[in-house]
Write a protein that binds this ligand. Structure first.
Ligand code: PNW
Length: 460
């Protein structure tokens, strides 16, 4: 048993659900089964020079076939909820007619979760837009928003009864910021600031879904927005202005329209249309958080009004992101300060850290870096709750090691190790510092009371 190092896991209010998340492209595999059509990520990864080492989501974790084993792992880990995404191209392979076999897969997954007493939390769109929708102009046009609403209604018709929590979109900011600006993510467009219309066209489907889904029986409908604390590099007013511009582009552009009903009043506001009223969230606001960002005034010739500066003096995840646990507290306090009573209860829909396997190291242990990351971020979350931020649950990214998009399979975020040769799963135990040996933790986990706010809806 590891020797405890540092403080034990902080206690949370009773009923606080511990949970884990995945997304379809990153874990499902089986891309040519059930009549599934290609997504823009399938195309991107198969394009030479795009995905790291040519790695694709063709097999991924084979969650599509192995979901019964993965649901058993969730139960073994004592997790109360599971956030997964539905792949639009599995449900509407060409972005048009429905594919019943695709919907059946998600029906089986939801049934397995409910049978295990685990609450399903379902994302409609975790970036894997059908290739046909992209071919018609993608998110640079308004059209996909209406097609998305039709897709969401199809899924809700089938699953809204048993699924109590719905997430419309995962991190629309990353789609604009990485997919259409510099082109590091699918669809690989390099439009820089001309990508801005995609931000609005990504928010429109959220607005449509929030209006329509409650009628289809969905109890709670939110979003999973990525937020980063933005630190100015110095007290110089030009650095402070650059930090404010970055915060608008990265954080508030995707949150203000939902919670305030306006785009942030900033350097790009003139390019975006007026919004009549808040697009809304119905029951919760989802926060994905990984790391803060340091920003300074742009040097001459930059296409943006800011430059990003490395945060030094901190440990780093494999992605290069600095590990700053108090950043999670900062983000939660900033959300509360900005939106006050307009902020619904927050679900932390992603937080975690990726590291590469160390050759020869024990694959059933997290290693000190991930153990420290999780313990210290949970302590920051505990502090936010103590400070009165209404946080309803926390989803670790991720249940399984999986495909980290354009980076391939090297970065491992999983509570569970996946051997990508054999697809064997092995739960990881904390290396040290979480205070309890894995065996005892697991027994305790199973006895957790059903989380109050995340109880599965009665079976139809
Ligand atoms: C999120 N950034 O992606 C996604 O929701 C997950 O699918 C992903 O695996 C996870 O975080 C880890 O990366 C992000 O550049 C990608 O700031 C990029 C950024 C943030 C989040």
């Amino acid at each position: 048993d590891p020797t405890p190092r540092g403080p034990a896991l902080p206690p949370f209010p009773a009923g606080f659900p511990w949970a884990a998340a995945t997304s379809a492209h990153q874990v499902d595999g089986a891309v040519a089964e059930d009549g599934r059509g290609p997504s823009l990520w399938d195309t991107f990864c198969a394009t030479p020079g795009r995905g790291a080492r040519g790695e694709t989501g063709e097999v991924a974790c084979d969650h599509h076939h192995r979901h019964p084993e993965d649901v058993a792992l969730l139960a073994e880990l004592g997790l109360g909820a599971y956030r997964f995404s539905v792949a639009w191209p599995r449900v509407q392979p060409g972005g048009g007619p429905a594919n019943p076999a695709g919907l059946d897969f998600y029906g089986r997954l939801v049934d397995a979760l409910l049978d295990a007493g685990i609450t399903p939390v379902t994302t409609f769109d975790h970036w894997d837009t059908p290739q046909s929708v992209e071919d018609a102009g993608g998110w640079l046009r308004r059209g996909p928003a209406h097609r998305f609403a039709g897709y969401a209604a199809l899924v809700a018709d089938r699953l809204a009864d048993p699924v109590p929590w719905w997430i419309t979109l995962n991190e629309p900011c990353v789609v604009t910021m990485l997919g259409c600006g510099p082109g590091e993510h699918a669809p690989g467009r390099t439009l820089l600031l001309d990508a801005l219309p995609a931000a609005q066209h990504r928010l429109l489907p959220h607005g449509l879904a929030v209006q329509e889904l409650p009628t289809a029986g969905a109890q709670r409908v939110g979003i999973a927005n990525n937020h980063t604390p933005v630190w100015a590099d110095s007290a110089d007013p030009s650095d402070a202005a650059a930090a404010a511009a970055y915060a608008d582009l990265r954080n508030w552009l995707y949150a203000d329209p939902l919670l305030v009903g306006a785009y942030p009043d900033a350097w790009f506001a003139g390019g975006l249309p007026l919004i009549a009223q808040p697009l809304g969230c119905y029951g919760f606001y989802g926060l994905n958080h990984y790391a803060p960002t340091r920003v300074r005034a742009a040097r001459q010739g930059s296409p943006f009004p800011f430059d990003l500066v490395q945060i030094t003096g901190r440990p780093r995840a494999h992605s290069g992101w600095p590990v700053v646990p108090e950043g999670l507290l900062e983000v939660l306090l900033a959300l509360r300060a900005r939106y006050r009573e307009a902020l619904p209860p927050v679900l932390v829909t992603e937080n975690g850290c990726g590291h590469a396997d160390v050759p020869g190291a024990d694959r059933t242990a997290h290693g000190p870096a991930r153990t420290d990351f999780l313990r210290d971020h949970l302590a920051a979350l505990r502090q936010a709750v103590a400070d009165g931020v209404g946080v309803r649950g926390c989803f670790v990214w991720s249940l399984l090691d999986n495909s980290e998009w354009a980076e391939g399979y090297e970065q491992r975020f999983g509570l569970v190790h996946v051997d990508f040769d054999t697809l064997a799963r092995a739960p990881r135990a904390p290396s040290a510092g979480c205070g309890e040996p894995a065996g005892r933790r697991r027994r305790r986990g199973r006895q957790l009371p059903s989380p109050r706010g995340l109880r599965p809806a009665p079976r139809p």
